[in-house]
Design a protein around this ligand. Structure first.
Ligand code: HEM
Length: 127
């Protein structure tokens, strides 16, 4: 029961995190001053903290860990890529021409993570 509750929280944070990132990326690409909106500056930090906290709790509860179990290692490494590419996509000093490739890369990374999460496999169960 408790496990399912935290898993729902994790998945809700996933949806919010991707939506907030996609929104900020789109606003940045269209040169909208989104940093003026406090909600868009603060909410992603709260959501991402809950996302990671619930992830660690779930991993501990099922006794599977990054760098021990391949699917969780893949999730953590792709999460790192998502964070780094996302920071570049939204960074103040990023040249405008590079924003779209960084943005697309970040979305591909997080899409890959969702696939790994659903299949519990780094190759999405295709190998
Ligand atoms: C942006 C990053 C992440 C995304 C998009 C994501 C996505 C998801 C999704 C969609 C599920 C539900 C899967 C299902 O319905 O069976 C899930 C479950 C889970 N995630 Fe994540 N996750 C992320 C980060 C992490 C990280 C970093 C860890 C590990 C430390 C982690 C550990 C878990 C665990 C243990 C479950 C439960 C699996 C199960 O009950 O079968 N997640 N994740």
């Amino acid at each position: 029961m408790e496990y399912l509750w935290v898993k729902h929280l994790h998945v809700t944070c996933v949806v919010l995190s991707i939506s907030l990132f996609a929104l900020r990326g789109t606003l940045e690409l269209t040169s909208q001053p989104w940093r003026q909106w406090r909600l868009l500056r603060v909410a992603p930090h709260l959501v991402d903290t809950l996302l990671l906290g619930s992830a660690l709790w779930l991993a501990w509860r099922i006794g599977q860990y990054p760098f021990v179990d391949a699917w969780l290692t893949a999730k953590v490494l792709a999460l790192l890529a998502y964070i780094l590419l996302g920071m570049r996509a939204l960074g103040r000093n990023t040249p405008q021409a590079l924003r779209l490739p960084y943005f697309a890369g970040a979305l591909l990374s997080v899409g890959y993570i969702v696939g790994v999460a659903l299949t519990h496999s780094p190759s999405w169960g295709l190998s």
